[in-house]
Design a protein around this ligand. Sequence first.
Ligand code: NAD
Ligand code: TYD
Length: 348
Amino acid sequence: MKKIIITGGAGFIGSHVIRRFVKKYPQYQIFNLDALTYAGNLENIADIQNEPNYTFIKGDIVNEDFINELFQKHQFDAVIHLAAESHVDRSITDPLSFVKTNVIGTMNLLNAAKQIWNNNFEGKRFYHVSTDEVYGTLGATGLFTETTPYAPNSPYSASKASSDHFVRAYGETYGLPYVITNCSNNYGPNHFPEKLIPLLINNIIQNKPLPVYGDGKYTRDWLFVKDHAVAIDLVFHEGINHETYNIGGFNEWQNIDLVKLLCQKMDEKLGKVSGTSEKLITYVKDRPGHDLRYAIDANKINKELGWSPSVTFEEGLEQTIDWYLENSEWLNNVTSGSYQKYYDNQYE
Ligand code: NAD
Ligand code: TYD
């Protein structure tokens, strides 16, 4: 039986990855390690909590002794590492937390894996989940490929870039078998409403202003979260050691166009007169160091592993909106308490 530790499995993407692995691979023993920060929520994976091949462990990847003991105890065969501080705006106000979790936390996992595998790498794998933001920003044209030089612009992307470099260095220096994927912006169910799409959905439900940074002409490449989980499954099983793969949606949207599309869809869902939600759009102060455009060339994973997104943006957005409307309790729970304080500070 293969023992796999997945970090950050109570978060947005991690919860979809955990569910997929637990359900699809009963022969694997899946351990979900998560510190349950503001972004981690066991409600995201309540449906699998009693599965026989699933174990939840509450713990912090920054705690070196704890991580070493955990790896010694369970002798994991593989790591799929998603735990991170993930929001750019929070990284601007508190960069050090990002260094601790994203850099030191990753280092602790690398060291613990290296120690228990002890040069016996047969059947072992360290999978590091990263972001396209490490490449910095694109101008109006071009795409990020696996060979685009790293040029991170935010403390978040700098911390992710740093962790990517350490993973690569452990591969080169110690022979650690790793794969890295760099994915574009995800959207879908369970997305914490500090990020653009769920924040807009929540604000439209609440009839609150829809904050658009700067002129709204920034562009992102959106991928449905379940398609990311499929890609992770594929790369975990079939990716080549010491390779990196870019994952993207082939789906670029300028923020303002995305906001308008979402407004239109929400009006339809909520039975409001067309144009009602658009009136809530409010241009606000821009994010410092705001990257103009991200867009992924996902041809490598497409050609080598046969992956491509399975849902269109229309379908994915529809499923996402339906999920938020059907899960108002989830939304109320995550927006009570400290969320309000964060929101007031960020958008005051
Ligand atoms: P998220 O913020 O929703 O979830 C992060 C999870 O990690 C939470 O459950 C949190 O409790 C946990 N965590 C945070 N610090 C921890 C610590 N010190 N120890 C243990 N657990 C800790 O993030 P997400 O959007 O699901 O992103 C997951 C991964 O995917 C991250 O590595 C992120 O960089 C990467 N990624 C995200 C996107 C995106 O669009 N969201 C795109 C590409 C890559
Ligand atoms: P976000 O969801 O934070 O993802 P990322 O910064 O990792 O791409 O933001 C997506 C885009 O939306 C980005 O260009 C910033 C912009 N944005 C707003 O205009 N308003 C908001 O309130 C937020 C959170 C983001």
